[in-house]
Design a protein around this ligand. Sequence first.
Ligand code: GLP
Length: 239
Amino acid sequence: MRIYTCEDYAAMSRRAADILAAQIILKPDCVLGLATGSTPVGAYAQLAAWHREGVLSFAQVRSVNLDEYRGLSGGHPQSYRHFMQKHLFRLVDIDPQNTHIPDGQAADPAVECARYDAVIRALGGVDLQLLGLGHNGHIGFNEPGRAFEKTTHRVKLGESTIRANARFFASMDEVPKEAVTMGIKSIMQAKKILLIASGEDKREIMEKALFGPVTPDVPASILQLHPDLTVVEACGLPE
Ligand code: GLP
């Protein structure tokens, strides 16, 4: 595990963008595993800026996103498809056909999960997976207490996740109660993982995830066992 400690959110975003851009430069047709949440927004803005300046192209990049809410169409302003369009896809030259996100409106979630796993397999797996971290240690939408061995699956969101995500909706009631997410197994199969987190409020869970026991109670703790994990943080972790 490599840990880069950054002074603030801007520095974390810049360092994360450096790592993502290096991946694209080394392998222009790479498969990026992408994440939503507020944490990656700054890194995406930096990547978009480099694209605007003509120094970075996504023309051959393929992407797979971690998760999507169940019940929201891709056009819904809080869907993760909409988030990705807004913060990255429409700002760069990625081919929309090469951007993959689970379909939150699929009639049969089991069929959708199997389809999504097949998409990842057909792409040859993820080269670099970007991850944020939930306050309860979740990655993607893999909530505490679930088994580590899952690929893409349907999940019921925990109370604290619904509460944390309510800030993006008009009320708690509007937050979807379920999602489709890549599982811990899918995440661990990525060749490289980049975990980013910022803010004092993430410090305690980051310490547990990176230095505590590896347990499904803290889903991100499994990342300690990944052979190529880079952490970029601005949470004030002790040196
Ligand atoms: C959501 C997403 C996660 C994300 C987490 C943290 O629940 N499914 O992928 O890492 O929120 O979000 P934030 O970066 O806003 O703290």
